[in-house]
Design a protein around this ligand. Structure first.
Ligand code: UD1
Length: 336
């Protein structure tokens, strides 16, 4: 069997998926340019798994260097995590987002085509649904109107992948729509620790808990939800990573095609529920106040996860308590 190429393998979701791939006995090659990650993550992946892998420091927009990876390794499939993902930043730096996410993915797909590698797993997002009539998102819903350049890049790439398959039906493509990944590997060796002030809820809570930030502002408590704060579908990053292994196995055992799956728990959790669970499970103070609504936030959305269960035999098994405990364990021990 050939190797699995993991682009962005030093990043948050890429690193956790690299661990699960190695644990399931796969040989992997990682590429990363460390634009939003650190080299020590690679050492920590090796520590967790006690396994080794080849690594190339490169930008996937660099076609020449990327081709070398395909020349030097027998690649069987590609999992693409090399995307920028900060929604707010994408509004101020649209060109960077389109260039890295869309052009980078095009270079990658074109290189795969050149080397006859036609299994691809793409990290998409629930953001592609935009605003729908129901807040429970089902794969068969049409992609919505993008709410940010970041969302546009995900919508565009999904479209590109569908067009690619239409033109050449020898591809096997999985599009995984993530809901809100949180948590960290239970070893505490890898996790999410964004540079600067975090935009997302859990990284913000983590920084308040370690007293790097004074308090959390909850963006609004007058939403149309049971406690007035927004509800999202938070899922543990290790569950999410296992979803990628299942998707890869699905591609290997199925007909050519484009397979789309939501990866979420199917249970909406409010901001207040998440913060209070974090406080309780970790027995730690997280001061918070209620502030104004954040532009663009929706009252709630969550996954209909049935398709992933039926076709991938995947369900999220970790609890909200696991997510909160592992997030704290990682940030409190901060080994990267
Ligand atoms: C965001 C992105 C989404 C992306 C996802 C990745 C937006 C509008 N959407 O989703 O496209 O795929 O991250 O994980 O940015 N909150 C606070 N205080 C904070 C931070 C967040 O109350 O300091 C609240 C927000 O109002 C929201 C919830 O926490 O209700 C979750 O926010 P966040 O973690 O940013 O995720 P999303 O907005 O759901």
């Amino acid at each position: 069997m050939g190797k699995i190429l993991v682009t962005g393998g030093a990043g948050y979701i890429g690193s956790h998926t690299a661990v699960e791939l190695l644990n399931s006995g796969r040989e992997i090659v990682i590429i990363d340019n460390f634009s939003n990650s650190k080299p020590i993550v690679l050492e920590n992946i090796k520590k967790i798994t006690n396994k080794d892998f080849k690594f190339y420091e490169l930008d996937y927009l660099d076609r020449e260097k990327l081709e070398k990876v395909f020349e030097e390794n027998k690649i069987e499939a590609v999992l693409n995590f090399a995307g920028f993902k900060a929604v707010g930043e994408s509004v101020t730096k649209p060109l960077e987002y389109y260039y890295n996410n869309v052009s980078g993915c095009l270079v990658l797909l074109d290189t795969m085509k050149k080397y006859g590698v036609k299994k691809f797993v793409f990290s998409s997002s629930a953001t592609i649904y935009g605003i729908q009539k129901s807040t429970k998102y089902v794969e068969k819903m049409k992609r919505g109107i993008p709410t940010s350049p970041y969302a546009s890049t995900k919508i565009m790439i999904e479209q590109i992948l569908e067009d690619l398959y239409k033109a050449d039906n020898s591809w096997k493509i999985a599009i995984l729509r993530y809901f809100n990944p949180v948590g960290a590997h239970e070893s505490g060796l890898i996790g999410e620790n964004p540079k600067g002030i975090p935009n997302n809820l859990m990284p913000f809570i983590q920084k308040v808990a370690i007293k790097e930030l004074k308090e959390l502002t909850i963006f609004g408590d007058d939403y149309n939800t049971p406690d007035g704060t927004c509800r999202r579908d938070y899922l543990h990053v290790v569950d999410l990573s296992i979803g990628h292994i299942k998707a890869l196995e699905k591609l290997e055992s199925s007909e050519n095609g484009v397979y789309i799956y939501n990866l979420g728990t199917g249970t909406p959790i409010s901001v207040l529920e998440l913060v209070n669970t974090f406080i309780k499970v970790n027995n730690i103070d997280v001061p918070y106040k209620i502030g104004k609504r954040r532009d663009g936030d929706l009252d709630e959305f969550y996954a209909e996860p049935k398709k992933a269960k039926e076709e991938l035999n995947w369900v999220a098994t970790k609890t909200l308590e696991d997510m909160c405990r592992d997030s704290w364990n990682y940030i409190a021990s901060k080994k990267d």
